[in-house]
Design a protein around this ligand. Sequence first.
Ligand code: NAP
Length: 239
Amino acid sequence: MILILGGTGEAHRLASALERPFTLSLAGATRRPQPRPYPLRSGGFGGVEGLAAYLRAKNIAALIDATHPFAARISRNAVAAARATSTPLLRLERPAWEPQPDWHVVPDIAAAASVLPPQARAFLTVGSQHLASFAARKDIWCLTRAIEPPAQPPRGEVLLQRPPFTPAAETVLMRHHAITHLVSKNAGGAQTRAKLDAAAALALPVIMVARPELPLAETAGTIKDALEWIRHNAGRQGK
Ligand code: NAP
């Protein structure tokens, strides 16, 4: 049995292509996840120890960390639990977007909020969590786009939408709201990069939150490479 840690499109694409028994694990943060034709489990494991206990109890032959590049805690837990149980671990990680000269790269979300100038009209595309530092800025207006409704919406409007998005629609949206700055995480991938193309077309500054640093792990950048790794590394008898 293979365990895929998910919450991303890549995890679902890997699951659809995998021809071995597996379970895909979701954090349970999305209230109405889309129905899938394969086994899902939902909710945290209970830290490193809980994940290690799950790996042992389910006789997991390989652990695939296909979580979002900004889901740092579960990725760190995966490294520690895999090590503790000698379970082969692969991180499936989409490449980051190439830094552009007009990006203002910041180390975290709080720093992104602090560099916005007064009166900025920011398009926030950093998810529904960790918005407190934007909410504390009463001198800016934000268009906050997320899948889940934010608990602490900053001053402005909230837009609940799922990717993918197109450059044309992103351009119309940014123009309509007279956006002056785009705030993004360096998530990488094609599904959400349209906003960067739209910001470039409108010559808007981009405030880009850099990826968190993670402990070293074997990494694949594509589904094809992940399937190849699984073929070679998850072949132990009886698992
Ligand atoms: P996180 O901070 O790294 O993890 C917080 C806790 O949530 C973990 O310690 C773990 O609980 C649980 N968890 C996370 N992913 C899980 C999974 N796939 N299966 C079971 N438990 C999981 O994660 P996050 O940033 O809150 O993200 C939560 C989920 O949303 C992830 O699955 C991620 O792929 C997805 N997501 C995140 C972002 C983002 O920007 N952070 C964007 C899109 C999607 P225990 O310690 O109890 O095991």
